[in-house]
Design a protein around this ligand. Structure first.
Ligand code: SF4
Ligand code: SF4
Length: 444
C-alpha cells in the first residue's frame, strides 16, 4: 500500500453534510441530458423529437470522434430538444415509459472478460456509449479510443464537501467494483486505485486499493494524485475514472444493459437533512430538492468549490453525483454586528469564525466587490500542486501563455481553492480553467 501525502489544501467545516443512510427516490416522470455541460465535445444529435428510445441508446455523438456517444438515461419518447445560441444543444428530455426497456449488448461474464483482448473490450465499451466515463488529464477531455493510457487513476473520493461517501455508494457493489478493476487492468499497465487514508472499511474494496491519500481537499482528486505520483512527463496524459462511474461501466459490461441507477449526495445549509439518495441518471433536480420552499434557494451542481449554479428545472448532469442546496445570498447573521463573521466559512483569520469550531453556514453572497490582487499570498498556501496562482492568472490575463505554462498552468487541478481564499475575490480558478481549455483547443 502506498501513501500519497498532500501537504496543501483546505477542508471547510460546513453544516448540512449528507448523512450516510441511503434513501430511495420515487421514479421521475421524465429524465434529461445536458450536452452543453460536457466540456470539449462537439455534439451531433442521434435522435429526433418525438422518437422513442431505450435506455442506453445513443442520444448524441461527439463530432470529433463519432464512435464516442452518450447514452439515453431512460426509455420513452424524446419530448424536447432545446438549443442555445449558435444551435448548441442544451437539453434533451425523455418522457419515461410506464414500463421501461433497455437496449441490449453482449454481456461479458468474468470468465469472458479474463480472455477478451483489448480491441474487443474497447469496441464493446464504445458500443454501449460508456466510453465517455473515461477522462484524460490534464484537460479532462474524453480520451481517443485508440490511445493507450500511461496510467489510469480510479478516484473513490476527493474529500470535496457534500460528495457521495465511498462507504455508501460502494456498499453491496463489491462484485461490480472488482469486475471494474479487471476491466481497467486490461486497458493499462499502471492502475492506481485511490481511497482516503485509512481505507473505507470494506475489506474487498480496500484489498484492491493501491494508494491511500492523506491531506485536505482536494487530496483525493485524480489530478492531484497524478501530480504527486507521476513518474514521467508522459504520465501527464494519464486517464481517470471516478468510483461511481466505474460501477456503471462494470454493470454495463457484466449485464449488457446500461445501468441507470445513481447515488447522489444532497447537502448544504438549505438541505433539511443532508442525505444520500438512490435515484437515476438524468433525474430532474426538482425531484432531488423535494417539497422544500424554493424561494431564495440556489442549486449548486457538481461541488461547492468548482460546481455551477443549476436551474431548478434542469436535470442531473452526466458526470454529477452531488447537489448542494444553498441560500441565495440574503442570509443575515442574527446580531452579526457584535460577532462579525462568527458563522462565516472563511480561510482568513480576519473573521471570528476562526474561534468557532461548529460547522459553518455556506451561502452565495460575495460580501463585497472584486478588487486587484493585494499579494497576500493566501492562494499559493492552499494550492495542492504548488502553483503560484497569483502569478499564473496574471500571465494569462496578459496573454503570456508560455509564461503561464512555465508557471504550471497545466498542473492546475481546477479545485477552486485559490478563488475561495482570495480576499480580492478574483475568480482565479475560473480564469485558469478557461485558459487551459483555450490551450487544449489550440493544440488539438
Ligand atoms: S491554481 Fe487554484 S484551482 Fe488550480 S490547483 Fe491551485 S488552488 Fe486549485
Ligand atoms: S489570494 Fe488573491 S489577493 Fe491574495 S495573492 Fe492570491 S490572487 Fe492575490
Amino acid at each position: 500500500m502506498n501513501i500519497v501525502s498532500v501537504k496543501k489544501g483546505y477542508d471547510l467545516n460546513l453544516s448540512g453534510a449528507p448523512a450516510s443512510n441511503l434513501e430511495s427516490l420515487s421514479r421521475p416522470a421524465q429524465v434529461g441530458f445536458h450536452p452543453d455541460r460536457i466540456p470539449f465535445i462537439k455534439p451531433r444529435l442521434r435522435v429526433k423529437e418525438g422518437e422513442s428510445v431505450q435506455a442506453g441508446n445513443p442520444l448524441i455523438e461527439d463530432k470529433r470522434n463519432p464512435q464516442v456517444t452518450f447514452p439515453a438515461p431512460g426509455s420513452g419518447k424524446v419530448s424536447r430538444i432545446s438549443f442555445g445560441p449558435r444551435r448548441v444543444i442544451t437539453e434533451i428530455v425523455i418522457e419515461l415509459d410506464p414500463a421501461e426497456s433497455s437496449a441490449t449488448f453482449p454481456a461479458f461474464s468474468p470468465e469472458k472478460l479474463a480472455v477478451v483482448d483489448r480491441p474487443e473490450l474497447v469496441k464493446a465499451i464504445l458500443a454501449g456509449s460508456v466510453w465517455s466515463f473515461f477522462r484524460e488529464l490534464p484537460f479532462k477531455d474524453i480520451p481517443h479510443p485508440e490511445t493507450i493510457p500511461p496510467l489510469i487513476i480510479v478516484s473513490l473520493g476527493s474529500a470535496a464537501p457534500f460528495h457521495p461517501q465511498p462507504e455508501v455508494y460502494l456498499a453491496g457493489r463489491e462484485d461490480d467494483f472488482e469486475y471494474g478493476v479487471e476491466i481497467l487492468n486490461k486497458l493499462t499497465d499502471r492502475l492506481l486505485v485511490t481511497a482516503p487514508h485509512g481505507g473505507i472499511g470494506n475489506a474487498r474494496i480496500d484489498r484492491l486499493t493501491t494508494h491511500q491519500v492523506q491531506g485536505e481537499y482536494p487530496a483525493g482528486d485524480p489530478a492531484t494524485v497524478l501530480y504527486h505520483t507521476k513518474r514521467s512527463a508522459q504520465e501527464n496524459r494519464g486517464w481517470y475514472i471516478n468510483g461511481p462511474d466505474l460501477l456503471t461501466l462494470a454493470g454495463f459490461l457484466r449485464n449488457g444493459i446500461y445501468p441507470v441507477e445513481r447515488v447522489v449526495a444532497v447537502g448544504g445549509p438549505r438541505s433539511t437533512s443532508g442525505r444520500h439518495i438512490m435515484t437515476r441518471a438524468g433525474v430532474p433536480l426538482a425531484d432531488l430538492v423535494g417539497k422544500m420552499e424554493t424561494a431564495g434557494l440556489r442549486l449548486l451542481a457538481g461541488g461547492v468549490f468548482n460546481g455551477y449554479s443549476a436551474g431548478h428545472d434542469s436535470y442531473l448532469g452526466f458526470y454529477e453525483t452531488a447537489l448542494t442546496l444553498m441560500p441565495a445570498g440574503e442570509l443575515k447573521e442574527i446580531l452579526g454586528f457584535i460577532r462579525p463573521g462568527y458563522r462565516k466559512p472563511s480561510h482568513s483569520r480576519a473573521f471570528l469564525s476562526v474561534f468557532n469550531k461548529h460547522p459553518k453556514v455556506l451561502e452565495c453572497d460575495m460580501n463585497g466587490e472584486d478588487r486587484a490582487c493585494i499579494n497576500c499570498g493566501y492562494c499559493p498556501r492552499v494550492c495542492p500542486v504548488d502553483i503560484l496562482p497569483q502569478f499564473t492568472f496574471k500571465a494569462v490575463a496578459a496573454d503570456e501563455i508560455e509564461e503561464a505554462l512555465s508557471l504550471g498552468l497545466l498542473d492546475c487541478v481546477e479545485c477552486g481553492l485559490c478563488s475561495f481564499v482570495c480576499p480580492a475575490k478574483i475568480e482565479i480558478a475560473d480564469i485558469l480553467k478557461k485558459a487551459k481549455e483555450v490551450y487544449a483547443k489550440e493544440i488539438a
